[in-house]
Design a protein around this ligand. Structure first.
Ligand code: SAH
Length: 218
């Protein structure tokens, strides 16, 4: 948790060049990004690249998202202290750790048991209660803990899963990459209004690993 001088200058560069330089403005998001030790979430042989603005492999064909995308999705989710947040696709747990800096009420679902176990070991010391992480298909959301003020999805489905829309509070935000390798993916922010209607904003083109569809996870 105590960054070396080299880490500190790498963190500083990430903040100034890759995050502020590309438009991330929310001071709480920048502080969260500066606080979570990204080098602890990547395989040891990747540590030297931990602060680069690039996705990195975390095993099982999965990746840790690049810092800019983690910061952008967090900013788009507009998380207030005390908000209830669901993350779909825990992976190594880095995005989860960033969310935990903003609110203690974070829930996260990972479909691959081995990744979930590794993430659990990293996240419990950072304050994630054991029963806030589960193995399963996140496209069904987590009805027992719904509704959520924000839902972040870090793998791309072809279409927006209906249960996630249903599990938003009025005013809630769903931040999700949608599309496939042929048509491309767009990062969307979908806001639920007080009457239960939805407003969708298309943010930027992105490249996430595919969300494993429901039928393949049973
Ligand atoms: N949030 C991570 C990114 C992980 S990559 C980060 O901070 O870097 C996306 C993750 O989504 C992978 O670990 C993959 O196993 C998981 N995933 C894919 N389909 C899923 C599904 N249907 N439900 C839950 N997790 C899923």
């Amino acid at each position: 948790m105590n960054p070396t001088a080299t880490d500190r200058s790498a963190i500083e560069r990430m903040l100034r060049v890759h995050l502020e330089g590309r438009g991330i403005r929310d001071p709480r998001v920048l502080h969260a990004m500066a606080t979570v030790p990204r080098d602890q979430f990547v395989p040891s042989e990747m540590r030297a690249h931990a602060w680069d603005d690039a996705p990195l492999p975390i095993g099982q064909g999965q990746t840790i998202s690049q810092p800019y995308i983690v910061a952008l999705m967090t900013e788009l989710a507009e998380i207030e202290p005390g908000d209830r947040v669901l993350e779909v696709g825990t992976g190594c747990g880095y995005q989860t750790a960033v969310l935990l800096q903003l609110t203690p009420h974070v829930y996260t679902i990972e479909v691959r048991p081995e990744l979930a176990e590794q993430a659990r070991r990293r996240l419990e010391p950072l304050g994630l209660p054991p029963d806030h992480l589960r193995v399963g298909d996140g496209s069904r959301g987590w009805p027992e803990h719904a509704p959520f003020d924000a839902i972040l999805v870090t793998a791309a489905p072809r279409t927006v899963p209906q249960p996630l829309l249903e599990q938003l509070t009025p005013g809630g935000r769903l931040v999700i990459p949608v599309g496939d390798e042929f048509s491309g993916q767009q990062l969307l922010r979908i806001r639920k209004d007080q009457e239960g209607g939805f407003a969708t904003e298309s943010i930027i083109p992105v490249r996430f690993v595919p969300l494993i569809p429901e039928k393949q996870t049973d």
